[in-house]
Design a protein around this ligand. Sequence first.
Ligand code: PLP
Length: 410
Amino acid sequence: PFGADVVPKAPEDPLFGLMAAYRKDTFDKKVDLGIGAYRDDNAKPWVLPVVKKADALLHSSPDLNHEYLPIAGLAEFTSASQKLILGADSPAIASSRVASLQTISGTGAVHLGALFLSKFYHPAHNPNPSVYFSAPTWANHHQIFSNVKLPIATYPYFSPKTRGLDFDGMLAAIEAAPRGSIVLLHACAHNPTGVDPTREQWRQIADVMAARAHFPFFDCAYQGFASGSLDRDAWAVRHFVERGFELLVAQSYAKNFGLYGERAGCFHFVAGAGAEGADTAVRVASQLAILQRSEISNPPAYGARIASAVLNDAALFAEWEDNLRTMSGRIMAMREALRAKLEALGTPGTWNHVTEQIGMFSFTGLTEKQVLAVREKDHVYMTKNGRISMAGLNTGNVDYVANAIDRAVR
Ligand code: PLP
């Protein structure tokens, strides 16, 4: 029953194909700017010192066992995660309007939210709402939401001309979307463009979303990793909660704790600011537990225990903030270095966007042809859309990469 007409061979995931090509390359100066994972100045994975400490603490505990976690996950992890993203003094937490479940990292949180919406979000005036993504967005958003059969639409986001935000296009499309549409927003450090709205622009987005009764779904994969400040990176989410929106948040600890493979994440439903909010949160939590049970039964323990140990201890938390500043600071230094080198070379075009963009990625503006040229001639690997992972740059290769880009765009 599984002939090629029924199950055609799927194309390879472009990012994983790129990684495989990089691994095969034997050139000694090759550079990997594809992968979305932090690397230190020696191009090596970095286990955060605070994670090493938390790990040692965990393993010295005589009570450590391998029992199942509850369906909703480790309670001290989910409650600390609420405080981290919404703020410790959030009125939504104080009035019990938040329902949170531990998930399989950020991907699992996005999926749980998508599944919940596909089952329960059918407003009377728009019973089969579309979910609106930025164009472009993290490619997996398309797959996750199609899997649960939610219709997909996009809003303009990136302006190739300014290599910044197409704010007018974005706002107009959100305004034109049918009332009650779902709008997926990157909380900070937009992937793949590195372009975020300003606070004033977020306020205007919130105005339009409120006027059109749209439903916000925040994907937050880079809190603290983007600016180095956990609070600053959570500003947009907190602003929407303050405005009284009912919303969803998908939270990942992959990047900000370097816990990529441990799959630590959290999903939050925040009920609106009305008096019935606490009751709504209880009902929603009960349904989310059923969805979770049917999909993964119980979330994985290790990563959540590590994150929880740090989030719930003032001294470890402060050390984590320091580790975050190390990562975001190194990335910002690489943005400065790349821009300075390109400008010193007189590379055609403007390069201010390299330092204006934020987070793990930069949309360089290189064309597909230029991307292939730097790959073939200089063994520098980036995705075809010209996105580079800033974490792949270091003091040892930034000049080499700048020279390769310079040759390709001339
Ligand atoms: N959302 C965005 C925008 C991302 O960039 C990522 C990771 O690259 C994720 C979600 C989910 O990552 P993970 O499942 O590893 O937490």
